[in-house]
Design a protein around this ligand. Sequence first.
Ligand SMILES: NC(=O)c1ccc[n+]([C@@H]2O[C@H](COP(=O)([O-])OP(=O)(O)OC[C@H]3O[C@@H](n4cnc5c(N)ncnc54)[C@H](OP(=O)(O)O)[C@@H]3O)[C@@H](O)[C@H]2O)c1
Length: 385
Amino acid sequence: MVKSKQLSRNGYGNKTLCRLESERVTLFFGPFKRIIHVSNQSYRVGIVGATGAVGQELIGLLLARAFPLAELRLLASARSAGRTLDVGGKKLTVQEARPEAFDGLDIALFAAEGAIAKALAPEAVKRGCLVLDKSSAFRMDAGVPLVIPEINLDATRSHKGIIASPNCSTAVALMGLYPLHQLFGVKRVFFSTYQSVSGTGADAIDELEAQTQAYAKGQPLPRKVYPYQIFQNVIPQVDTFGADGYTGEETKMRDESRKIMGLPTLKVSATCVRVPVVRAHSVAISAEFVKPVDLAAARQAIAGFAGATLVDDPANKVYPTPLDFSRQAKCGVGRLRLDTALDNGLSLWVSGDNLWKGAALNSIQIAEAMIKAGIPLKAKEAVSI
Ligand SMILES: NC(=O)c1ccc[n+]([C@@H]2O[C@H](COP(=O)([O-])OP(=O)(O)OC[C@H]3O[C@@H](n4cnc5c(N)ncnc54)[C@H](OP(=O)(O)O)[C@@H]3O)[C@@H](O)[C@H]2O)c1
């Protein structure tokens, strides 16, 4: 019940923007709309995890961006099979994600746990699908490209059927760090995250909402998802701890940043923290660079980068916040300053939508960018995992 209320929160209402056999993709950059011509082909697309937090955003974004859909197939667990979801004013029935459910699809957008991706992605590839996976199942596999299209679209050229999309904090952080790396060459970086509860999924959004309501009524706060109350609290644990004292999320930020930017020895230390914000992650970044840094050039690089919006006028209290960057295609970057503890160092702040750039949007942008660049969706040589 709570879930269905949450589903209607995706903000797309009954907009019927889905055009079949489309030749155009409509891109929204903040308030601006741009239409680019891609191809006259349309694609049969499946979403695994269509009922979840990321899955709901995938549906909304495919429609809002007028992705050229010949078919949209909604897949989830057996629990959801038979349930109907609103897709641009039409009711579509959810099917159980079984191997046969991928028959005839061109693209399978996976937004489910890693174990489900491990089991089903090879089945989808076997049936000729390009899998764009949001889980961590394949991200660090040598044969699987891990892609943010603004940074390493070319990595998709060697795909063998599966392309991974990064962790939400990594994607948001790199929208600020990468343009600075291009200019000055990053050597060492510290990330401190402020991660919203939607990063944990639909159940965590419900938990924060239920705790807020229980507090208002003076009732005991229900707790199921997080080890501690999240309402009026922050939790310095995202994922489980490894032997080195870093959490899985912190390790992902290090490993994925290295892989996406092609810097296998980059020094990275991350501290990941869950905060009682519903949507959009923020990351405080301090980075040391090879070349001397220049603030004006840094600001110019951020302003000119496709994945970022420069929001940086602290004297007038102008900087990015998660509320301002919820449901925004770009991530906000601001608070740029010379770091006082690092040589050639810069500190900055990035806010970006974990469900969009950190998840659903990045996957769709990969497909759009491949189509635009004429990169085949079908693998020449399918993956064997
Ligand atoms: N949330 C984020 O910001 C974010 C960012 C980056 C990456 N991710 C990754 O994206 C994936 C989805 O995250 P989420 O936040 O959307 O989680 P979620 O809200 O908990 O949704 C999970 C989805 O997986 C489906 N599912 C569960 N068991 C299944 C099965 N056996 N077969 C097929 N589908 C099954 C669920 O369907 P039912 O409703 O039927 O159970 C639901 O649709 C995860 O791997 C997560 O790590 C999330």
